[in-house]
Design a protein around this ligand. Structure first.
Ligand SMILES: [Zn+2]
Length: 200
C-alpha cells in the first residue's frame, strides 16, 4: 500500500501527542482531533529518514500504519497552545516512535518550549500527588502547598485539550476556603511557582 493511501486510512481521527497530567500514563495520553487542512497540506520539502516499524510499540506494530510506513517525513504544525509554527522533524519522529515507543497514530501538537513546560508541569503535579498521598494530614492545612498545586492544575489546562482534574480543583478550593476562614490563616501566599512560568 502506498503512503497516501495509508494516510487516508488514518482518516479523520488522528490522535495527538500530549504529555499526560494524570498519574495513569507517565508519557502520553491520546485525544482525537480533526487535523487542519493547513496541517495536512503544509508538508516540508523532502526531509525524511527510514522507518523501522519493528521497533515500534507492540500496539503500534499491530496497527495498519505498520504495513505501509517506510519512512518518516518532517512536517510543520501550529502549536496548540501558543500558535507558533513548529516542525516535527523526521529524526524526531523516529526517536519518538522507535525509541520512546509512543503510539504511532499520535502527532505532536505543542512546540518545543510549550512541550518542555508542559512536561515540567506534569512532573510537578505528579510530585504533588505523591506528597498528598504520603502527608495528607499535614498538607491539607498547608496553604502554600495547596495554592501551588492549584496554580499547577490551572496552568496545565493551557497545554492540554483535557480539562484539568476538576475533582482535585474542587477539593483544593474547598480546603483553601476552609483554611482562609480559620482565625490563624495569615500566611503569605507562596510565589515560587510563578517564577518559572516564563520558560513555557
Ligand atoms: Zn507553543
Amino acid at each position: 500500500m502506498n503512503e497516501s493511501a495509508g494516510r487516508a486510512r488514518h482518516g479523520s481521527c488522528k490522535s495527538l501527542l500530549y504529555p499526560s497530567h494524570s498519574l495513569g500514563d507517565p508519557d502520553f495520553v491520546t485525544i482525537y482531533i480533526q487535523p487542519s487542512r493547513e496541517e495536512v497540506t503544509k508538508r516540508l520539502p523532502p526531509e525524511s529518514v527510514p522507518a523501522d516499524p519493528s521497533k515500534w510499540s507492540q500496539a503500534s506494530q499491530r496497527s495498519v500504519s505498520a504495513e505501509w510506513t517506510t519512512e518518516y517525513t518532517s512536517y510543520r504544525y501550529t502549536c496548540w497552545r501558543c500558535r507558533v509554527s513548529a516542525v516535527f522533524t523526521a529524526a524526531d519522529q523516529q526517536y519518538t516512535y522507535e525509541v520512546k515507543k509512543a503510539p504511532i497514530d499520535q502527532k505532536r501538537v505543542l512546540c518545543e518550549s510549550c512541550w518542555v513546560r508542559s512536561n515540567a508541569i506534569s512532573v510537578e503535579l505528579t510530585e504533588c500527588e505523591r506528597m498528598w498521598v504520603t502527608s495528607k494530614p499535614l498538607l491539607r492545612i498547608d496553604r502554600r502547598f495547596l495554592e501551588r498545586w492549584m496554580r499547577l492544575l490551572v496552568e496545565a489546562e493551557e497545554y492540554s485539550a483535557y480539562k484539568a482534574d476538576i475533582a482535585r480543583k474542587n477539593m483544593l478550593s474547598k480546603l483553601l476556603r476552609e483554611l482562609l476562614a480559620r482565625p490563624s490563616a495569615g500566611a503569605a501566599p507562596c510565589r515560587d511557582a510563578d517564577s518559572d512560568r516564563g520558560t513555557g
